[in-house]
Design a protein around this ligand. Structure first.
Ligand code: ADP
Length: 539
């Protein structure tokens, strides 16, 4: 396999950039006219790529093999897959393309490591997790650069993700020491009743591309803290950040086999994890369709399952909202990560009295957003992850406009080409349009008009999803009423970004099962054992 790959690849890429001989993935290529109109962005990006490559090489963070039992490993048949920079279409690395065999070995390593890891003291696990946290923070810049390179998010946002992602490891290090049991007053005088909390066992953690670090740490942190070991399967679109994080886990002294990483053939890896009776838990973040498959597949061996699936977040702006706060919150809730998060506002419900004023203020703010390569200065919106993502945005927007919605700003691919899309605001949207029923997962803000508080709640809850929701109002009473009525796992009131490692994150309805982060997230990796001690009086 191309072990020598990426560093060289990045360097040659930089050299080739001036002659425009970049390796591009055909599926990332924009239409011909856009290739011609793309500004001379490639030279700057490749310069960045070169310096990033050398920095990453120095810190040993550029990994392309899987991690099995503490050893970096190629795929057994030597196959690789390419990882692309969505801002340029350039290939940035060839990584091991693994399948069922490698996954079975990773499970065996995790099972082996579980025997000793589950017996360590909470203090030992806490210390190692804390070391891992320190290393993640010490390498914040490299991790963020890697993320911008493979995922496209602006560097500042990527730095924020390192803080957020590392936060789960820090929190888990602290919480490891607080996995308390219980003593229950016995119903008979010669008995004592105890409740112990014990690790669930080997965990299969499957993660998406939109938060290449945080979706892993929010699973692996609590799993390790509880005494579980893990097999991670990151997204094939963004494996480099996951591999760098795993390298730092090794450097922190987390024992061989406690953290394994395999990537490549997703269904094969998934099937191996599901089939194994040794894997006792599946934790997944991703699409609802794949989540349902994993849930069904877990039935055969009755695994514990946590799912964080798609959302369809309403963002409700009441007439009595502070317009500046509402616009600021909506911008953050909608356009963060170019609209590619499962808690991104998907439907912006605006009360009729404030609709025109809010729409104008939102458009003015969105117009000022700078789109570009995530390494560019002041860029707040990067490219979408791939061509399929742009096509989905186009399809949903086309459906909406064909049914009467009006594009108020943007509404087309950005002149930068590739997968860049103009930040868009579309008005006169209604609940029958696909854009109101499916996640657009792009920088499009659909505005829906409503009359009363009851209308807003009814429209907001009229979906199978129930993850993030947002409310903007200056009324304390209304904020409580609406927060209680929303069938959602998360409610932001006068705030557009509410995720934090200290609070429980998860969905109602088909948005998932279980919670991540906070003390509640720890329980997902624990079994409850009841111990009854009898015959106390005999001696
Ligand atoms: P998204 O559309 O956000 O990429 P997916 O659900 O397709 O969401 O992907 C989330 C994660 O699930 C990725 O790591 C992907 O490779 C993985 N995945 C996709 N299909 C399967 C499958 N059949 N079994 C296990 N994992 C899968």
């Amino acid at each position: 396999m191309a072990v020598s790959f990426a560093a060289v690849n990045l360097r040659t890429m930089a050299l080739r950039s001036s002659s425009k001989l970049l390796r591009r993935s055909s599926h990332l290529l924009p239409p011909i006219h856009m290739q011609h109109s793309a500004p001379p962005l490639t030279r700057k990006i490749s310069m960045d790529a070169r310096s990033i490559a050398s920095q990453l090489n120095r810190s040993g963070l550029l990994k392309t093999q899987g991690l099995i039992g503490g050893k970096w490993s190629d795929s057994y048949d030597g196959k690789t897959i390419q990882v692309y920079n969505p801002a340029t279409g350039e290939s940035i690395a060839d990584v091991a393309c693994m399948g069922g065999k490698e996954t079975n070995d990773a499970i065996a390593s995790a099972y082996d490591a579980y025997r000793s890891w589950s017996k360590t003291t909470a203090a030992e696990r806490s210390k190692l997790l804390r070391k891992w946290y320190d290393l993640l923070m010490a390498h914040k810049e490299e991790l963020a650069q890697l993320m911008t390179l493979e995922q496209g998010k602006p560097l500042k946002e990527a730095m924020g993700e390192v803080n957020y992602g590392a936060g789960f490891i820090e929190f888990s290090a602290e919480e490891a020491k607080r996995i308390y049991g219980d003593i229950i007053p016995a119903p008979m005088s010669d008995r004592r009743l105890f409740v112990l909390k014990q690790p669930v066992g080997v965990v299969g953690a499957i993660t998406p591309w939109n938060f290449p670090l945080a979706m892993i740490t929010r699973k692996v942190g609590p799993a390790l803290a509880c005494g579980c070991t893990v097999v991670i399967k990151p997204s094939e679109l963004t494996p480099l950040t996951a591999l760098a994080a795993a390298e730092l886990a090794i450097q922190a002294g987390i024992p061989a086999g406690a953290v394994n990483v395999v990537m490549g053939n997703a269904p094969e890896i998934g099937d191996a994890l599901l089939a194994s009776p040794q894997v006792r838990k599946i934790t997944f973040t991703g699409s609802t369709a794949v989540g349902k498959k994993l849930m069904a597949g877990s039935a055969e061996t009755v695994k514990k399952v946590s799912l964080e699936l798609g959302g369809n977040a309403p963002c409700i702006i009441f007439d009595d909202a502070d317009i500046d706060i509402a616009v600021k919150g909506t911008l953050a809730a909608k356009y963060r990560n170019s609209g590619q998060t499962c808690v991104c506002a998907n439907r912006i419900l605006v009360q009729e009295g404030i609709y025109d004023k809010f729409a104008k203020a939102l458009i003015d703010a969105v117009r000022n957003m700078k789109v570009g390569d995530g390494f560019g200065e002041d860029v707040v919106q990067g490219p979408l992850i791939n061509e399929a993502a742009v096509k989905k945005v186009e399809t949903l927007l086309q459906d909406a406009t064909s049914k009467g919605a009006k594009v108020m700003l943007g509404g087309k691919r950005h002149s930068l080409g590739f997968t860049f899309y103009e930040p868009t605001v579309v008005g006169d949207v209604n609940s029958d349009m696909r854009i109101s029923r499916e996640e657009v997962f792009g920088p499009v803000a659909p505005l829906l008009r409503f009359k009363t508080e009851e209308d807003a709640i009814r429209i907001a809850n009229d979906t199978n999803a129930g993850l993030g929701s947002y409310v903007f109002t200056n009324s304390i009473q209304r904020s409580w009423r609406v927060a209680e009525a929303l069938e959602y796992g998360l409610v932001g009131i006068n705030e557009g970004v509410i995720s934090t490692e200290v609070a429980p994150f998860g969905g109602f309805k088909q948005s998932g099962l279980g919670r991540e982060g906070s003390k509640y997230g720890m329980d997902e990796y624990l079994e409850i054992k009841y111990v009854c001690l009898g015959n106390m009086k005999k001696e």
